[in-house]
Design a protein around this ligand. Structure first.
Ligand SMILES: *Cc1c(COP(=O)(O)O)cnc(C)c1O
Length: 211
């Protein structure tokens, strides 16, 4: 069920920050409820639940983000149904997208700022060669970076993690003469710090629902 004060909660988020509702805890009925409150960016983690919800919500106007790890062998099942892949994490996956997608796809590169603690994403230190490697894939529109913060004890630690993604974005834009508008970072526990560091998209799950 949606939290009772959902409209008031949404009002606390700055207008220029997009809420992507992480829907792994809920089903299509809860998502319909959320649509009535003006949120239509949804982020799903798993291919099977994505496909089910996609079918059940065919009548709705939804921007589908995929935010979980996408296995190469499942790429073709969903790739023409999503509007944005937030979890581009390998060149092998990029190759599959190039093969199966029929038109260019907005993608965010998932970055791991500390590979020891978070195995998901492209190593922060290898982003330059990753960007180089993507150049041959014409269907990949690099629109942003995505990250998940690792466990932090302090507000400052979180800010530092998010700021490092912001700095990475600025560096890549300069070096490759690209415009990369989006930063998807921040979840229920740390979205405030993420916004402070320049997040354009926050992926919210638990905080939206009474679970
Ligand atoms: C579940 C999930 C979220 C949201 O997490 P909450 O802590 O429930 O807000 C965000 N991003 C990804 C990739 C997720 O899997």
């Amino acid at each position: 069920m949606l939290r009772n004060d959902i409209d008031a909660f949404i009002k606390t988020i700055p207008n220029d920050v997009t809420i992507v509702a992480a829907t792994k805890y809920v089903g299509s009925e809860e998502m319909r409820e959320l649509l009535k409150h003006g949120i239509n960016n949804f982020g799903e983690n798993r291919v099977d639940s994505f496909l089910q919800k996609y079918d059940e919500l065919k009548d709705c106007n939804i921007n589908w983000h995929f935010i979980g790890h996408l296995q190469r062998n499942k790429c073709k099942d969903i790739i023409n149904k999503i509007d944005c892949l937030e979890s581009l994490d390998s060149l092998e996956l990029a190759k599959m997208i190039e093969k199966y997608r029929t038109e260019p796809l907005d993608c965010y590169i998932e970055v791991s700022i500390n590979l020891e603690e978070n195995k998901n994403g492209v190593d922060f230190h290898n982003i330059d060669s990753f960007i180089e490697g993507l150049k041959e894939y014409k269907k990949i529109n690099v629109k942003g970076f995505m990250m998940m913060a690792i466990k932090a004890d302090t507000h400052e630690d979180l800010l530092q993690q998010f700021n490092s993604l912001k700095e990475l974005k600025d560096k890549v834009e300069n070096k490759f003469n690209m415009n990369i508008p989006y930063l998807s970072m921040g979840m229920s526990n740390d979205y405030k710090e993420a916004i402070q560091s320049g997040a354009t998209h926050i992926r919210l799950g638990r905080i939206l629902w009474n679970l």
